[in-house]
Design a protein around this ligand. Structure first.
Ligand code: HPA
Length: 232
């Protein structure tokens, strides 16, 4: 029984969807899964196991930012033998032409976090998605007519930032979006031979300053959840 999830052995499926928001975990479980069982509510960070088209799936809230994500991903992998983790979340767009509601599949995750530099003795590691999941998600999105882009993202430790030009260098190097979780998820997955992919809907555009309401974000998350469920 792990410290933060606290589920019993066998209560969590091999495949887990990991939204940041525990209320989204609940919504995804209630909207898409049958025979739903809530295995955790520690800190209100809910986790559920159910069935989607005959396959056992869990949905676990992971919180915001890399330290929180790392806590849940570590426990899922090391204590519950989870083999596939799909982050379903939101990101800010770093390109004028990528609109709210579009889906970005994070092929690689750059970061300003020190969490990896500390691990790699000051050198830079390149966290990447599992190619098979990425390939499947891309083709599934095309099939479902969901507007989709594939590329690098930036996982940052800052949401509120005093420097308005901070993202320019990333945008100038082809990075599509910014969020706060994927770099550590991909790194932990690589280290433990686990498959991981981040499927992100654009909730705000950092160039045009448009942003989606909380309600709009929730609707968009439902799209990404369906995409994630269809590829596992
Ligand atoms: N910045 C960081 N994380 C995010 C953003 C953003 O603009 N949008 C969604 N997650």
């Amino acid at each position: 029984m792990s410290l933060h999830i606290g589920a019993k052995a066998g209560e969590i499926a091999e495949t887990v969807l990991l939204p940041g928001d525990p209320l989204r975990a609940k919504l995804i479980a209630e909207s898409f899964l049958t025979d739903v069982y809530q295995y955790s509510n520690i800190r209100n960070m809910s986790g559920f196991t159910g069935t989607y088209k005959g396959k056992r799936i869990s949905v676990q809230g992971g919180g915001m930012g890399m330290p929180s994500t790392a806590i849940y991903a570590n426990e899922l992998i090391k204590e519950y033998d989870v083999k596939t983790i799909i982050r379903v979340g939101t990101c800010g767009s770093l390109k004028r032409e990528i609109s709210l509601g579009e889906v970005i599949l994070a092929m690689s995750a750059n970061t300003d976090s020190n969490i990896n530099r500390a691990t790699f003795n000051g050198m830079n590691y390149s966290p990447v998605a599992d190619f098979e999941l990425l390939d499947k998600a891309y083709h599934q999105a095309r099939e479902l007519s969901i507007p989709v882009r594939v590329g690098g993202i930036f996982s940052t430790d800052f949401f509120y930032d005093e420097n308005p030009d901070r993202y320019e260098v990333w945008a100038n190097h082809g990075v599509l979006g910014v969020e706060m979780e994927s770099a550590i998820l991909y790194t932990l997955a690589a280290r433990t031979n686990t498959r991981a992919l981040s499927i992100l809907t654009v909730s705000d555009n950092l160039i045009t300053k448009e942003f989606n309401s909380a309600e709009g974000r929730t609707n968009d998350i439902e799209n990404t959840a369906r995409l994630a469920l269809e590829i596992v």
